[in-house]
Each structure stands twice: as C-alpha cells, then as structure tokens.
Design a protein around this ligand. Structure first.
Ligand SMILES: [Zn+2]
Ligand SMILES: [Zn+2]
Length: 147
C-alpha cells in the first residue's frame, strides 16, 4: 500500500497514527508539519535530479541578454544542496558543518544551531537550484525484498 494511502487509512482508525515518509514508508518524527511528506530533504529529492541554475555569464548580443547557467550537478553536504561545479551552497554547508561540530550545548550554541538550520533551509528552498523528476524512478518503499 502506498505510504500516503496507508496514512489515510490509519487516520480513519487512529487520529494519532504516525505519518509516513513517502520515500521509505518509515514513520515521520512527531511534530512534522502537515503537508510535509518526507522525513528528510534527501528523501524529498529522491527520484529527482537536482541541478544548479546560478548564472555564470551574462552577455548582450544585438541588444538581447543571453544568460548562461551553471547546470552543474548538485550533491548534499550536511543536508545542504551544494553545486559540485560552481560551489553554490558550499559556504552554507561549511557553516552548518562547523556549527554541528563545534556549537556547545548552551543557549548560545542552540541559537547558533538554529540560525545555521535556517540558513540551510533558505539555501535548499530559495537557492538557485532546480529539479527534474526522473520518470524511471521507483520509490524505495516499493522495492520489496524477495523471500
Ligand atoms: Zn524518508
Ligand atoms: Zn553551479
């Protein structure tokens, strides 16, 4: 049963039934906002090819502006989208990595972690990235082990 339907079905019986990641069908952590169907950005992007749309060059030819875009491959670093070609996002990934490694468990540390987290989200959501759905993609939960 697809995770979305399983979720609906369980909700009929138990309003507190856990919601499930649409990629792996694992339970979403309590407090996952409604409308969010994945446990991690990696899973939300599974089945999609992400590429970089940052502008590498602008040229004007006969009064028309021609914009070249990076189109580089994008990978995850500390759950941040980072372009492997132009490096877009790598500064954010660096901040997030350093904060995770060094921020102490104090009020200051926690607030540093929160701000690194919002940088990460801003980078992933509003950064110059675009994605294309892979038509041949099969979500992980459908891959059953053969007994
Ligand atoms: Zn997941
Ligand atoms: Zn790029």
């Amino acid at each position: 049963m697809p995770p979305g339907e399983l979720e609906e079905f369980q909700k009929l019986w138990d309003a507190d039934a856990p919601r499930r990641c649409h990629e792996t069908n694992s339970e979403l952590p309590a407090g996952t906002p409604l409308g969010q169907h994945f446990c991690s950005p990696e899973h939300a992007h599974a089945g999609k090819q992400i590429f970089c749309t940052s502008v590498t060059k602008r040229t004007v030819v006969n009064g028309e502006e021609i914009v070249d875009r990076c189109n580089g491959k994008v990978a995850y670093r500390s759950a941040c989208l980072v372009c492997t070609s132009c490096g877009q996002g790598s500064n954010v990934a660096k901040i997030v990595t350093q904060t995770q490694e060094r921020a102490a468990d104090t009020e200051l540390g926690k607030s540093l972690k929160r701000s690194a987290e919002s940088l990460r989200i801003a980078n992933n959501v509003w950064g110059k990235f675009d994605s294309q759905t892979d038509p041949n993609y099969v979500p992980a939960w459908t891959k059953r082990k053969r007994l």
